[in-house]
Design a protein around this ligand. Sequence first.
Ligand code: FE2
Length: 333
Amino acid sequence: MAADYLHMDPFLEAADANDMIRIAESFGSFGTYADEATSEGLGETLPQRFDVGLYYLEQGLDGHGNRDDAETAASRTNYFRETYAYGSDVRAEGIQPFMEHPLMQATARKISGCEEILPAIVYANLLVPGQELAIHTDVPEFRGANRMNAPQWLLVCMLHSGLFERWRIPILTCVSWFGAAEGGAFTFYPSGPSGPRKAIPARHNSAILIDTDKVFHGVERVAQTLSDLPVIGQHTRLVHLGDQRWGLTEGGERLAEYTWSKIRYSISWKGYCFKDEAERATWEQGSDDLTIDQIIDTLEQALRRRAVLEGERPGPDALAQMMVETFVRFPGS
Ligand SMILES: [Fe+2]
């Protein structure tokens, strides 16, 4: 799949776009994006996306260095995410028509050249003033390896190594924006990490459809209206208070309050792109699945060919770090 994309502005019918705002309100309470998978025996003491964290702490969002201390950096990037629908598991009332929207499927078909588009997930991201999203690529999937059985950094290494294309399930993502927040532009490198960086404003009822597994992207800082960003930890929640207001809460304590117009709200739709019915069947049947051992062996051999690794295989954390440093090339690095 080429690193191609389509910017849609406007995106939905005006009434449907307003429904997306109502869905967030009735969903009501958003937690932070927490780790999901198990990494037993494989970089297990490292965070799932240490590839992103390391780069962000060093370089910041603009690649010119990060002047925040570690706590502020964590508060900036501990944004709020909830899943609206995952396959047939619909968790937000009224989201189904959006998940199955013909516009996303038709656009995904056009960009990927694939016949079979299977909507996989719809989730919402909310960022409060002062928050931003570090430059990253999303977690890809392969036949036999996904975030349910493999650490996220490993899946990212697999994609960037280019050694597992035969097993990759191309996924296209439609990121759409709703609401009136200032700042928070979607920033990305459509021509690859050494190409120019572009930005698309997160304007109400607009969207981009793009391969976010391959294309590095992030979110510019949402306009900061308070003098200080509250400390936002893993257990902080963003709760709809009614009357156009949201509250940041932690263990019953109110940390801050915001009007709707200050919150950056996006909805991401992801669809699997299968060339044809046969390719989809191979995935569904699991008849050509990778194993974790096969993945590690293949990456280890590549490290040895590049003379990055010599002698014995190092411990799990050291091997994980070596893989990320070798295979994941961030913009400007
Ligand atoms: Fe992303």
